[in-house]
Design a protein around this ligand. Structure first.
Ligand code: NDP
Length: 327
């Protein structure tokens, strides 16, 4: 049986080129479950894998795609049988193991979670890794004692996948939300659920002091860099920041003041190696909480051929919401 996949190859000069190719089943990697892929997503990290940035992909040819959802075609693992709906996110699939930019993929059963009854494959990939990470970040803030009466939650990188989904989820849960963005006029953040829009330029502009006025009970930071340092200074007493991204950089400067004067917690969020049980709980919760109809305006649909262009746009910060890939 043959299938189509976007195959990334390395040229002699080291640059990466990705093209749709027709492959035979015997080209599939080792694994115990073969999945017919209905949809994949495009995430910031996918753009790194497609362009060769960051050295995430070690071996070529590679099929990128860090998340996908589909139907089990063949399984030698007791947990899954043909016809089962499944989701895969993370586990370094798309980097170290062939991923979702393909009509089918063979993977390790340990990496899969069952598709919850409240979702279908399309909905699962509208959310994708971005949705899972947003849900994990909110859950972590809740575990740290943040609740809707604590005060406003700041979401950075608000127009991006994780940011926009976080805003919608927080609003549904009853939180007041501030959206920090570099694209204030390009998106209806209020319709998404934001009570307040904070322009990135203005946020970074005021005179830099060791600590600022306390404005937010918590934050979901998808961008890192100097923005994260500034966010920490504006968190109120007992608040918490979920740090999960690096779109603005990996380094940031801070002092101990937010921690020792206000008892602020900085919590790291990782979706890639997240164990099975919290994944399943997060997906079930997403299926119940997320308003897909409301989010549809932020879903861009592409095929495998559209991926190289979309990867360039996500790296330039030009994508709004989520890109859904139908192989
Ligand atoms: P997107 O590209 O969809 O969103 C990132 C957003 O960040 C952009 O839309 C833009 O929002 C903002 N941004 C982009 N570039 C800059 C910049 N130079 N300075 C400041 N802000 C910038 O990416 P995702 O939502 O998919 O991912 C967001 C981040 O989270 C990435 O760094 C990604 O690697 C990370 N991530 C981490 C995960 C984990 O498990 N920890 C899982 C998933 C993602 P705006 O213009 O509105 O400010």
């Amino acid at each position: 049986m043959s299938f189509k996949a976007l195959v990334s190859r390395q040229r002699e000069d080291g640059s990466i080129t990705s093209q749709v190719e027709t492959l035979e089943d015997d080209a599939l990697p080792d694994g115990n479950v073969t999945v017919a892929i209905d949809h994949a997503g495009l995430n910031y990290k996918d753009a790194f894998c497609l362009t060769g940035r960051g050295g995430l992909v070690r071996n070529y040819p590679n099929v990128a795609g860090i998340d996908f959802a589909g139907t089990v075609e063949d399984s030698s693992d007791d947990r899954y049988k043909p016809g089962d709906g499944v989701i895969l996110t993370g586990w370094r699939v798309g980097e170290l193991h062939w991923g979702g930019y393909s009509q089918k993929q063979r993977v390790n059963a340990d990496w899969l979670v069952p598709l919850p009854k409240s979702l279908d494959a399309r909905k699962a990939m509208v959310l994708g890794t971005a949705g899972l990470t947003a849900m994990l970040a909110i859950t972590r803030l809740e575990e740290l004692g943040i609740h809707p009466d604590s005060g406003t939650i700041l979401v950075t990188g608000a127009s991006g996948g994780v940011g926009s989904i976080s805003i919608m989820l927080l609003k549904t849960l009853g939180y007041k939300v501030a959206a920090l963005t570099g694209k204030p006029g390009e998106l209806d953040f209020q319709a998404l659920g934001a009570d307040e829009i904070v322009e990135r330029q203005g946020f970074m502009a005021p005179e830099d002091r060791p600590i600022d006025s306390a404005r937010y009970a918590g934050a979901i930071d998808t961008v890192g860099g100097s923005i994260l340092g500034r966010v920490l200074k504006q968190i109120s007493y007992g608040g918490a920041v979920a740090s999960l991204g690096n779109a603005a950089g990996i380094d940031f400067e801070t002092s101990v003041l937010p921690f020792i004067l206000r008892g602020v917690t900085l919590a790291g969020i990782d979706s890639v190696m997240q164990p099975y049980d919290p994944r399943v709980i997060a997906w079930e919760r997403l299926g119940k909480l997320f308003d897909f109809d409301k989010y549809e305006a932020l879903v861009e649909e592409i095929g495998l051929e559209g991926l190289p262009d979309a990867a360039d746009r996500i790296l330039d910060g030009k994508i709004k919401g989520r890109v859904l890939v139908t192989p």
